[in-house]
Write a protein that binds this ligand. Structure first.
Ligand SMILES: NC(=O)c1ccc[n+]([C@@H]2O[C@H](COP(=O)([O-])OP(=O)(O)OC[C@H]3O[C@@H](n4cnc5c(N)ncnc54)[C@H](OP(=O)(O)O)[C@@H]3O)[C@@H](O)[C@H]2O)c1
Length: 200
């Protein structure tokens, strides 16, 4: 398993990511991008697969016919030791326990795929590597938000790449890749306390 995990998220201009435990938009290009990104491993021929870590609510938000997500180890974070999951789906009581568990198996990349509670912990974790952000250039009526405000974002993350702007269903969106900058994060943290639930 690689030393760092990556984060994948789609958010709107208000950093909204969800409503009523579902995605507020439907962008099939983004779903394809997500599937390709999280499923592809150059080590597949050696029997390695990628893993996706998600919160219990995000697990429940995936339609039953689509879960577990194919060709990836699925790991659900829950503090409920009795929470029932289909055979083969992994469970852990914390992000660190999840990473330890996955490190014991034939895992290549690890992706944290939400929701907000899990992003909150993952976005400032020292093992956070890349942030794959689908930026949707519109505002939706969301009840769940990416927990980073614009200032924190600038302080913690460095933009590595940005795709061209694409359009689907009348929505403009693009794929950005950021790198978590841990030393800068530490400097930022020591001067300015982080806000709890930002929405810029
Ligand atoms: N736009 C996107 O890219 C995207 C991606 C994913 C999800 N979403 C949206 O986000 C929303 C769901 O997010 P959410 O914040 O409400 O829920 P969530 O993060 O998916 O799940 C929260 C649950 O995870 C468990 N949990 C949280 N921290 C934990 C920890 N440290 N250790 C163990 N378990 C932990 C708890 O489960 P228990 O209560 O069982 O203990 C908690 O209730 C939905 O609207 C979904 O559609 C959007």
């Amino acid at each position: 398993m690689r030393e760092k995990f990556d984060i994948v998220v789609a958010c709107d201009q208000g950093r909204g990511i969800g409503r009523d435990n579902t995605l507020p938009w439907r962008i099939s290009t983004d779903l394809k991008y997500f599937k390709e990104l999280t499923s592809t491993s150059p080590y597949a021929s050696e029997g390695r697969k990628n893993a996706v870590i998600m919160g219990r609510k995000t697990w429940e938000s995936i339609p039953s016919g689509f879960r577990p997500l194919k060709d990836r180890y699925n790991l659900v974070l829950t503090r409920n030791p009795n929470y029932a999951l289909p055979q083969g789906v992994l469970k852990a009581p914390s992000l660190d326990e999840a990473l330890k568990l996955l490190a014991r198996g034939p895992v290549d990349r690890v992706f944290v795929i939400g929701g907000a509670e899990i992003y909150r912990q993952a976005l400032i974790h020292e093992k956070c590597g890349l942030l794959y952000l689908t930026e949707i250039r519109a505002r939706f009526d969301c009840d769940t938000f990416l927990p980073l405000n614009a200032e924190q974002f600038k302080g913690f993350y460095r933009l590595l790449s940005c795709s061209e702007v694409m359009q689907e269903n009348g929505l403009d969106f693009c794929f950005k890749v950021y790198e978590f900058n841990y030393p800068e994060f530490l400097a930022f943290e020591s001067t300015e306390p982080a806000e709890e639930v930002p929405n810029t």
